[in-house]
Ligand binder design. Structure first.
Ligand code: AHM
Ligand code: MG
Length: 330
């Protein structure tokens, strides 16, 4: 028997594991991801390929699909009455929905892996749901500066050969594949689990000369294989879309890292804490993996800025422990 996302959420509402407002938020996000997935699958036929000719708050070039996905998520999630506001990687400041007393805030990277859009490689949407503290103005950045540990839910939708939604609201991690004919997400994995040990790693090796010494040491030991101090061969996979690289880690284990490097002292890594690192770290912990910024648990970082960047090391616990120990030693 197949179980739809809706049926899954309804079951958890009955069991007291999720409140109806949060379930509505997740269902609505999924419905909007379905719309993005339809556009992605049409590619050039839907005129979504190429640059939008604009830049985002971090000075990065925006692709047409970045802008379209952002608008779609903002518009499509505003109506539920469960969200007081939304913050996006593509917006300078948050967007208030008008429901100032609503219990939740939604944060998203509308289209992760922008460099892969035009070449037909997996991309995705990453999202995080935070509690909205009554009294805090949802149009202001401050309302969103909450630790990842306090997320009410997190997830992503990967647009690959299949469109798969992966989410957690604190009761493990579930994966749902889109059944296009019936227009619904169907449960395909009830409890994703990252094995503690792995032989696979994921890093953009072209930045190697810029890494700090502990990361240089770690990767050189993996490259040394059986003959090196780790005593086993490792394989390398790098898609270049965090959402797809982390999906592989959640599916079969591995370690994914986008470390800080020595180029820009004031920029601790490329990835964004609120839109990428926090939701992915929440999923990874729920799947029995670990996530640190090479020094401390990502979910324990107190955010100070909405668009803050962070170094990311996540996945199979044994490897994350090794990387973190090299960075914290002496
Ligand atoms: P984006 O959100 O603008 O797509 O940027 C984030 C992406 C991640 O998906 C990926 O891990 C990383 O940037 C790849 O960056 P690079 O190609 O510079 O190594
Ligand atoms: Mg991204």
């Amino acid at each position: 028997m197949t179980l739809s996302l809706k049926a899954h959420l309804t079951g958890h509402i009955r069991a007291g594991n999720i409140d109806p407002a949060l379930a509505l938020v997740l269902e609505t996000v999924a419905a909007n991801c379905l719309r993005i997935s339809t556009l992605v699958s049409k590619g050039a036929l839907a005129a979504i390929i190429g640059s939008a000719g604009t830049g985002n708050v971090q000075g990065e070039e925006q692709k047409k699909l970045d802008v379209i996905s952002n608008d779609l998520l903002l518009g499509g999630n505003a109506w539920t009455g469960a969200l007081a506001g939304m913050a996006s990687e593509e917006l300078d400041h948050p967007h208030a929905t008008g429901f100032d007393d609503a219990p939740y805030l939604l944060l998203f990277d509308p289209l992760d892996g922008s460099s892969n859009i035009d070449v037909n490689v997996s991309i995705g949407t990453i999202f995080s749901v935070l509690p909205h503290k009554t009294g805090l103005n949802p149009a202001l950045d401050e309302a969103y500066l909450i630790k990842g540990r306090d997320q009410a839910a997190a997830g992503y939708c990967v647009y690959g050969p299949q469109t798969t939604l992966v989410l957690s609201f604190g009761h493990g991690v579930q994966a749902f594949t889109l059944d296009r004919e019936n227009g619904e997400f169907v449960l395909v994995e009830a409890a994703m689990r990252i094995p503690a040990a792995t032989k696979e790693y994921s890093i953009n090796a072209s930045n190697q000369r810029h890494w700090e010494p502990p990361m240089q040491r770690y990767i050189s030991e993996l490259l040394a294989g059986k003959e090196g101090p780790r005593g086993k061969d490792f394989n390398m996979r790098w898609i270049g879309s965090m959402v797809a690289d982390v999906h592989r880690v959640l599916t079969r284990g591995g370690i994914f890292t986008y470390p800080r490097d020595r180029r820009e002292a004031d920029k601790p890594g490329k990835l964004r804490l609120m839109y990428e690192a926090n939701p992915m770290s929440y999923l990874v912990e729920q799947a029995h993996g670990k996530a640190t910024n090479a020094l401390e648990n990502i979910l324990d970082i107190q955010p100070t800025k909405l668009h803050q960047r962070v170094s990311v090391v996540l996945g199979s616990a044994e490897e994350v422990d090794v990387v973190t120990s090299y960075h914290t030693a002496g």
